[in-house]
Design a protein around this ligand. Structure first.
Ligand SMILES: [Zn+2]
Length: 239
């Protein structure tokens, strides 16, 4: 058995045995990590509050057959500010739930890790931008290779007359390629989504409230379709 170093953002944790917890993290180098924090539920745990959800921590791990055991934790970034505001906690919760659904174990996840870190930093800096979660969802889809076609037709590649959107076809469709069941889009919505997919999470353009709600709905349903599961925290956000 070996000792190794890693780092990660805590995605969730749950009780294990009498005093322990399983802590699930996203590591840039190793993807989803399932670890055990022994004695963490005792009053005088040596881990303190350093393994709360959203925390970015540096770890020393003792490798086990199934789960690695955390022997030391140091806080890299706690994201204290976002924790003080319910709206931001709910948005951050949706981000970690998506990252948890997308991440694989034993797989380099640098892009997904940096996306989650950027999202949490944005939330820590101030109130959530109305389009933050939509942009995050579109970028998360890109990290798993299913970025929706937004500025061209997913069927034929043409760039004009994109009035429909199809989850199975992979994005916007022109009138010639439209398939039964393709979703009708308002003029301008694909352009709006394309801007959100390309923008920096920390520097999103001013929101257009007439598009924000619909953009969230499309981004959510798109990623849920490709993940083949619902993201419960997004329902809380009333997307
Ligand atoms: Zn087409």
């Amino acid at each position: 058995m070996a000792i190794r170093h890693d780092q990660g953002i805590v995605l969730r944790s749950f009780p294990f045995g009498e005093a322990d917890k399983v802590v699930v993290l996203l590591s840039p180098n190793n993807g989803k990590l399932r670890t055990v924090a022994k004695g963490i539920r005792k009053t005088k745990s040596r881990f303190g509050g350093r393994l709360e959800t959203f925390s970015h921590v540096d770890l020393v791990l003792y490798e086990g057959r199934n789960l690695d055991t955390i022997t030391q934790v140091e806080m890299i970034e706690a994201f204290h500010s976002l924790r003080a505001d319910l709206d931001r906690v709910v948005t951050a919760g949706a981000m970690v739930e998506v990252a948890d659904a997308v991440a694989q174990e034993n797989e380099t996840s640098v892009r997904l890790f940096l996306l989650l870190q950027r999202g949490l930093k944005s939330l820590d800096a101030g109130p959530a931008h109305p389009d933050l979660i939509s942009s995050f969802l579109l970028k998360a889809a890109d990290t798993i290779g299913v970025a929706p076609a937004l500025d061209r037709c997913a069927g034929c590649g043409r760039a004009d007359g994109l009035h429909r959107f199809s989850f199975p076809a992979g994005g916007a469709l022109c009138d010639r390629c439209r398939t039964p069941g393709a979703y009708a889009l308002r003029d301008g919505l694909t352009d709006y989504l394309a801007v959100l997919a390309a923008a920096d999470l920390g520097d999103l353009p001013g929101p257009d409230e007439s598009f924000s709600g619909e953009a969230r709905g499309v981004a959510r349903r798109f990623i849920e379709y490709h993940l083949e599961r619902q993201i419960q925290s997004l329902a809380v956000l009333d997307v």
